[in-house]
Every structure is written in structure tokens, then in C-alpha cells.
Design a protein around this ligand. Structure first.
Ligand SMILES: C=CC1=C(C)c2cc3[nH]c(cc4nc(cc5[nH]c(cc1n2)c(C)c5CCC(=O)O)C(CCC(=O)O)=C4C)c(C)c3C=C
Ligand SMILES: [Fe+2]
Ligand SMILES: [Fe+2]
Length: 308
């Protein structure tokens, strides 16, 4: 019997308007994987307080990057390219906090006669706050409608890591004059202490990439890992990127955003504008930010390898 296969990309979503930022923040802070308060009523109360206090200041950041996240358009480009290049699959995208939501996409997939799916969360390293949250949300609506294969992590995939190395190499011909900082989205320390494998996998990922660069004879002055985007008063993973930049007064840095697959407000606003300003205040020399793998041809080839 012929099966109709689909590749389903999962990601977080982002804001394309102030209203959508409210939707994003409301859904995010009502997510038990993000705000780990057990009582749904109390979580909802805290969520609405956070949304109220954060919405206006967060929107100002989006206004500085053209009043929308680039995440959706870039994901659409990736989906289109996969639909042209990935034979035997129809590709769909599902977002966790903004449309297209799982319930609607699943309906569409049923109408399209899909019965066999491969789910690829666009998070190279596993976190309860991202991968688990997206998978739980998808499974809530998919029940056992499809034969399902899940790719939980892909930070060890060589073709994927070659895309990252290529982008880093494209930034400079003189790596010895630069310090490479892998920047990962942060997490509250208590989530890691409760068993989240993200930090461990992030360390492994940096080690894999450092070895690949070394093998290719690309020697940066230093390679390090730091965490960006802290939200709220809790202790988050360290070192923070702000603190890490203090070590590089009068030195050059290249930042690679290691937790993301497509560029978003955390790369375009935080890394390219906010942390750049911090770097200037510290007196960092050259400050370069790498692009995410986005819809690059090499990443399309990597996806073929990851799902095979
Ligand atoms: C407790 C809060 C948060 C956790 C934990 C968290 C983990 C986490 N997030 C990403 C990826 C992205 N986050 C983005 C935006 C964003 N994240 C948080 C909070 C937490 N994230 C907030 C409040 C926001 C909104 C912006 C802001 O107010 O600062 C985005 C960008 C979306 C966009 O619009 O472009 C991404 C992508 C990862 C990978 C992660 C854990 C590993
Ligand atoms: Fe986040
Ligand atoms: Fe942020």
C-alpha cells in the first residue's frame, strides 16, 4: 500500500505584530514547561502579570528590527525549499506559541491524506522548554493518527555541523585574530538541576565543533560558550554573554548562535543590536555575528541526512 509521507518541522514561533507578541508571551508563560508552577490557575495569574509587565518593553525591541520577527518568513522559505528538494515528503511547519498551530496543521495533513510523518523539532539540542514542549503540544492533537518517527536531537550530525563550520569560516580569513563565542539561549538553572539535558548537550556540541575546526586547521585565539537572553530574577545558566564579553576588551569576537536554526529576534535584535552595543561599551574590537543555517543548500542536504 502506498504511504503519504510528511516532514513536520516544529519551532517556537515569534511576533509579527504587537498583538501577536501578546499571543506569543501569553502562550509561552502558560506553558508548564516554561513556567513550572504546577497549579494551572496560579500559573495563569503569574503569566498574565509577566505579559502585562513585559509586552511594551519587548515590543520596543521588535520595532528596532522592522516590527516583526524574521523567524516566520525564514521558516516559510525553508519549507518551500524542502518541498522542492526533498523527494517523497510533503513538508509542513508547526509553531508552538503563534500560528500555524498544531491543531490546524494536523487537520490540513489529514485532508492531504498524510499517514506517515517524521517530526523534526528545529532545536539541535534537547530541552524540556523547547523540544519536549513542542512534541507534547503536537501529540495532544495528533493522537495516533499517523505512523510517527521523531528526531529528538541532531547536534551530532556531521553535515549539520559542516554548515555551522562553513558559516564561521566565511566570517574571517584570519581566525587566530578572533575569539569564537558560541552563544546559546539561556535556561533557568533550576530547570537544568531538575534534569534537563540542554546544558550537557550544548557543551558536547561546542566540543564537537571545536574538534572539527581544529581538524580543518582553523585555530581561533579562543573558543568559548556563553548564554544569552536571560528573563526574570532567577539564576540562569552561566556565563552570561554580557559577562563573557568583558574578557574581550580590545579583542575581536565572532558570535555563533548555537541554539537556533533560523534567525529570529534573539539573533537580529539581541545579538546584532543589543549585545553589539554592550560590546562597544566594553571596547571589544571587531564584533561579528554569524547567520543561522536558515534555508541554506547545505542545511537542506543536512536535513536529508538527519531524517534518513
Ligand atoms: C522563562 C523564559 C524563557 C525560556 C526558558 C526560554 C527558552 C528558550 N527560548 C528559545 C528560543 C527563543 N526564544 C525567543 C523569545 C523569547 N524567549 C523568552 C523566554 C524564554 N525562553 C521570551 C520572553 C521571548 C520573547 C522576547 C522577549 O520578550 O525577550 C525566540 C524569538 C522569537 C521571535 O519572535 O523571534 C526564540 C527563537 C530557546 C531555544 C530556549 C531554550 C533552549
Ligand atoms: Fe526564549
Ligand atoms: Fe530575549
Amino acid at each position: 500500500m502506498k504511504t503519504n509521507k510528511a516532514l513536520v518541522l516544529l519551532n517556537m514561533g515569534g511576533a509579527r505584530s504587537k498583538d501577536e507578541l501578546k499571543t506569543f508571551l501569553t502562550n509561552m508563560f502558560n506553558d508548564r514547561n516554561i513556567l513550572t508552577i504546577k497549579c494551572g490557575f496560579f500559573r495563569g495569574l503569574v503569566a498574565s502579570m509577566i505579559v502585562k509587565s513585559r509586552l511594551n518593553s519587548a515590543w520596543k525591541n521588535y520595532e528596532e528590527i522592522g516590527s516583526e520577527t524574521p523567524l516566520h518568513k525564514l521558516t516559510e522559505k525553508l519549507v518551500d525549499k524542502l518541498n522542492t528538494n526533498l523527494k517523497g515528503y510533503k513538508t509542513y511547519q508547526v509553531m508552538r506559541y503563534t500560528p500555524p498551530f498544531a491543531s490546524d496543521v494536523i487537520k490540513q495533513m489529514e485532508e492531504d491524506g498524510i499517514d506517515d510523518i517524521t517530526i523534526l523539532p528545529l532545536y539541535p539540542q534537547y530541552s524540556t522548554t523547547t523540544t519536549k514542549s513542542s512534541l507534547e503540544d503536537f501529540e495532544l492533537y495528533s493522537d495516533d493518527k499517523f505512523t510517527t518517527k521523531i528526531i529528538k536531537t541532531f547536534y551530532k550530525n556531521e553535515k549539520f555541523n559542516n554548515c555551522i563550520v562553513d558559516e564561521i569560516m566565511s566570517q574571517t580569513d584570519t581566525p587566530q585574530e578572533y575569539n569564537l563565542i558560541f552563544s546559546a539561549h539561556g535556561l533557568p538553572q533550576k530547570i537544568v538541576d531538575a534534569g534537563d539535558p540542554y546544558e550537557k548537550q550544548m557543551n558536547e556540541h561546542v566540543e564537537i565543533l571545536s574538534n572539527m575546526l581544529k581538524k580543518k586547521g582553523i585555530n581561533f585565539n579562543s573558543i568559548s560558550l556563553a548564554y544569552q537572553s536571560k528573563v526574570g530574577p532567577l539564576k540562569w545558566l552561566e556565563p552570561s554573554l554580557d559577562d563573557a564579553l568583558l574578557d574581550f576588551k580590545d579583542k575581536n569576537v565572532i558570535i555563533y548562535p548555537l541554539a537556533f536554526i533560523v534567525d529570529n529576534s534573539e539573533t537580529d535584535f539581541e545579538l546584532n543590536l543589543e549585545y553589539r552595543e554592550i560590546a562597544e561599551e566594553i571596547g571589544v574590537g571587531d564584533y561579528k555575528v554569524c547567520k543561522c543555517v536558515n534555508d541554506s543548500d547545505l542545511f537542506i542536504e543536512a536535513i536529508k541526512d538527519i531524517i534518513k
